[in-house]
Design a protein. Structure first.
Length: 127
């Protein structure tokens, strides 16, 4: 069974609040780039799961466009090959596409949501 190395999705709020917006954006961009969805899709024979992975790959691409439109910094050459084992404690190993999708969901609900909710363009304006 193939393993995938993906970003940790849990958030240490005390640390997160002390990182500037560009640092938070860098962490989200790096995490986004490290999700191994494309590699997982290549190993899946179940058409329903392959379709779900396709949709998620598209959503991650759109997330990159949103971050770019908000002028949040792009990650610089931090992408690892999907099958390489990183030496970072910020990574975790998962062993199945469903587990990979769970990590992606947690990542989107955690760090991405926090970053976007703090972006000036996403703030509610009082009239």
């Amino acid at each position: 069974m193939k393993s995938y190395f993906v970003p940790q999705s849990r958030v240490d709020f005390a640390v997160w609040e002390n990182i500037d917006v560009q640092g938070q954006a860098m962490e989200v961009q790096t995490g986004r780039s490290l999700l191994a969805l494309s590699t997982a899709k290549k190993t899946v024979s179940n058409s329903s799961l392959a379709s779900t992975l396709d949709n998620n790959i598209s959503n991650i691409h759109i997330l990159g466009q949103i971050l770019h439109s908000l002028d949040l910094q792009q990650a610089r050459s931090t992408v690892l090959p999907d099958d390489s084992a990183p030496a970072s404690s910020q990574m975790q190993e998962v062993s199945s596409p469903p587990e990979l999708l769970q990590v992606q969901s947690s990542f989107l609900r955690g760090k991405v949501r926090l970053l976007l909710s703090a972006a000036p363009a996403c703030q509610r304006q009082n009239s």
